[in-house]
Design a binder for this molecule. Structure first.
Ligand SMILES: Cc1cc2nc3c(=O)[nH]c(=O)nc-3n(C[C@H](O)[C@H](O)[C@H](O)COP(=O)(O)OP(=O)(O)OC[C@H]3O[C@@H](n4cnc5c(N)ncnc54)[C@H](O)[C@@H]3O)c2cc1C
Length: 252
């Protein structure tokens, strides 16, 4: 990490994730390695019992071998817009946890705040529902409607969980660009068009995931800056113009 930033291992998560991607590209490798072998074996197994036994079950002794890792999303900033009581702008509909956008996180979640968030907001929602107060969270008048897209974008595969994950990883992942984001919005819009009316849990889930993927891609395309976990190679710096949230609403 010291080759990438003076903060070394203590750099923010997004910086570490981008450094790992850069290192994987530089070495043409599908992973990097964490090395904890300098610590005494008994301390490693006592301090990290779960990861130690998980790796051992898979034939890897982390006290003597390095751990292969790749960067992954650990939290989704944004989500269903709520107020500080977990209320959405639909009366009676609440959101708490990672699915919600309460406004307490910035562009890069700080460590351990998400578990705290689940506790605080779930407790508040229970209090609010017990009090049976009407919702106070009004619709966001500045919300955007999803733009029309070229829905004829061709992709060999349809929207499956695997193809959706792969599209989002490749085009809406750790390092983004306007070109890739624009391609993703078109493909997601075409998939939306192709999806049949959902009838069961798997079809509802894929339909919801395509929609959430599109909301993320559209917002990332619109946000012409880099901030926190949102990093664009065509706009590498934060911009004061974008010191705000982006909200979408359904077309009326
Ligand atoms: C690698 C990693 C490391 C992390 N480290 C930390 C950390 O150190 N500290 C921290 O605070 N946070 C951390 N987080 C984030 C934290 O784990 C999550 O933000 C938190 O668990 C979110 O809780 P949740 O209850 O909102 O959602 P989840 O824990 O995702 O719970 C959602 C539940 O809904 C279920 N579900 C999904 N779809 C349906 C459906 N259709 N019907 C019924 N059930 C459904 C799922 O099975 C799941 O059980 C980490 C996350 C990751 C991925």
């Amino acid at each position: 990490m010291l080759n990438y930033t003076p903060d070394g291992d203590l750099a923010p998560r997004d910086v570490v994730a981008r450094s790992i991607v850069a290192e994987m590209e530089r070495t043409e490798s599908s992973r990097v390695y964490l090395d904890i072998t300098h610590m005494p074996a008994n301390i490693v197994s006592a301090r990290f019992p779960q990861i130690y036994s998980f790796c051992l079950e898979h034939g890897l002794d982390i006290t003597s071998s390095m751990i292969p890792v790749v960067p992954a999303a650990h939290y989704m900033m944004g989500g269903v817009k709520t107020n500080y009581w977990g209320e959405t702008n639909i009366s009676g509909l609440f959101a708490s946890g990672e699915v919600a956008c309460t406004g307490v996180h910035g562009a890069n979640r700080l460590a351990s705040n998400s578990l705290l968030e689940v506790l605080v907001f779930s407790k508040r929602i229970i209090e609010r529902t017990r009090a049976a107060t009407n919702t106070t969270n009004t619709a966001n008048r500045n919300a955007h409607v999803l733009p029309e897209r070229n829905r004829n974008e061709v992709r060999n595969q349809g929207p499956t969980l695997i193809s959706l994950q792969s599209l989002l990883w490749e085009n809406v992942g750790i390092v983004r660009s306007g070109k890739k984001l624009s391609e993703a919005t078109n493909i997601l819009a075409a998939w939306e068009k192709d999806l049949k009316r959902p009838t069961d849990r798997p079809s509802y889930e894929i339909s919801n995931m395509v929609l959430v993927g599109r909301l993320m891609a559209e917002a990332a395309l619109m946000r012409e800056e880099s901030r926190g976990a949102h990093y664009r190679i065509d706009f590498t710096e934060p911009s004061d113009e974008w010191l705000k949230h982006i909200a979408f609403r359904r077309r009326c």
